[in-house]
Design a protein around this ligand. Structure first.
Ligand SMILES: Nc1nc2c(ncn2[C@@H]2O[C@H](COP(=O)(O)OP(=O)(O)OP(=O)(O)O)[C@@H](O)[C@H]2O)c(=O)[nH]1
Length: 350
């Protein structure tokens, strides 16, 4: 198949809470404004589809969406990725957007895309890695003893065509120089952007992407906009090794799944919570410094019983009142979180 007929794939990578979903929403808006039909594959660590719900709410246009929950695309979900991408391709998208989990190694996705069944139908357009400007340096030292996680974080940086140093509103200018230095240590060529809310100019990313129906078969420059030129043909890399998923039982919670030493705990909420917001925040913060990210849909019995989308990222809470009728739950993602203890304390808290 001619390159121009292949579907471009944009991979969104970056550690937990760095801003991948925030960027995905912007890419979807930009695609809609350009009359492009995106297909989206989202991968989340927990059993809960929080990001999927968020993008469905945040975007007015409809687009094909595949979700792969409770596993990391680059290890346990390998078999499913081909089926998910094939399903998306059957819906004639103009481009594919892949949001990886925060602990995925993007190099492995590149390898997956190079499977014979997919290679003739799509090509890797860009790998975009988001970096949490406020915490990137701290994460580096926090995880220094976990070789596998260190390798994953480095591969997120080194595989990127575009590196977005995000959340710059939360750091002083001098800190941004140190983050840039760290990023440049692992990636000398990628284009570095500084952003708040993943706001970067998107024109160059989209400049070569045309609606499939309007593409001319003889045009061959479809992948040339990256500062490093076309990413095709795919580079096959040595797979890294995630530790096998080791579900452990946590009384009161759903069985969590571990990747590397990062683990995910899902805590269901069956009734509106009888505790004040401040108490819930204290419960969540208690698991620092291991706790890296928390999110969920929560309802309190007082004062109004309205539902909230709760996001905890970079040690900050963000509460957003929602018109939401779905299941209520909390998801905690962290580094060696004490799963049984958290589940036990959660059961006692309510
Ligand atoms: N202050 C600030 N907050 C931001 C910025 N970008 C994103 N956020 C917030 O940070 C939180 C995490 O952002 P997401 O886009 O969900 O991050 P993510 O990488 O998709 O997170 P995971 O899916 O957990 O890996 C959300 O509450 C965002 O609103 C930013 O530039 N500045």
């Amino acid at each position: 198949m001619n390159m121009a007929m292949k579907i471009p794939v944009v991979v969104l990578s970056g550690f937990l809470g760095s801003g991948k979903t925030t960027l995905l929403i912007k890419l979807l808006e930009e695609a809609a404004a350009r009359g492009l039909k995106p297909g989206v594959l989202m991968n989340e660590l927990g059993k809960r589809d929080i990001d999927g719900e968020l993008i469905s709410r945040s975007t007015s246009t409809r687009f094909p969406l595949e979700k792969m929950l409770d596993g990391c695309i680059c290890c346990t979900k390998k078999d499913e990725i081909q089926a998910a991408l094939t399903g998306l391709l059957q819906q004639d998208p103009d481009l594919l957007l892949l949001e990886l989990t925060g602990v995925a190694n993007p190099e492995e996705i590149v390898e997956q895309l190079a499977e014979p069944g997919l290679l003739s139908k799509l090509y890797l357009h860009r790998v975009i890695t988001l970096v949490d400007a406020e915490h990137a340096l701290e994460y580096n030292s926090l995880f220094a003893s976990d070789k596998q996680l260190v390798r994953t974080l480095r591969s997120q940086l080194s595989a990127a065509d575009d590196l977005i140093i995000n959340k710059t509103d939360l750091i002083p200018p001098v800190h941004s120089g140190k983050v840039t230095e760290m990023v440049r240590k692992y990636n000398a060529e990628g284009q570095v952007h500084y952003a708040v809310n993943a706001n970067i100019p998107l024109a160059s990313l989209f400049s070569t992407i045309r609606p499939v129906s309007r593409r001319l078969p003889q045009v061959t420059a479809a992948a040339g906009s990256s500062s490093r030129g076309s990413r095709s043909p795919f580079q096959i890399v040595q797979p890294h090794q995630h530790l096998p998923a080791t579900p452990t039982s946590a009384s009161g919670g759903e069985a969590p799944t571990s990747y590397s030493r990062i683990n995910t705990i899902s805590l269901p909420i069956r009734e509106p919570l009888q505790i004040p917001v401040s108490k819930l925040e204290r419960f969540i913060k208690k698991w620092s410094p291991g706790l890296l990210r928390a999110k969920g849909y929560v309802r309190f019995s007082q004062p109004k019983k309205s539902a909230y989308l709760m996001q905890y990222s970079g040690k900050r809470f963000n509460w957003e009142a929602m018109d939401y009728d779905g299941p209520l739950y909390l998801v905690l993602i962290g580094y060696r979180l004490p799963e049984p203890l958290i589940a036990e304390e959660w059961a006692m808290l309510r």
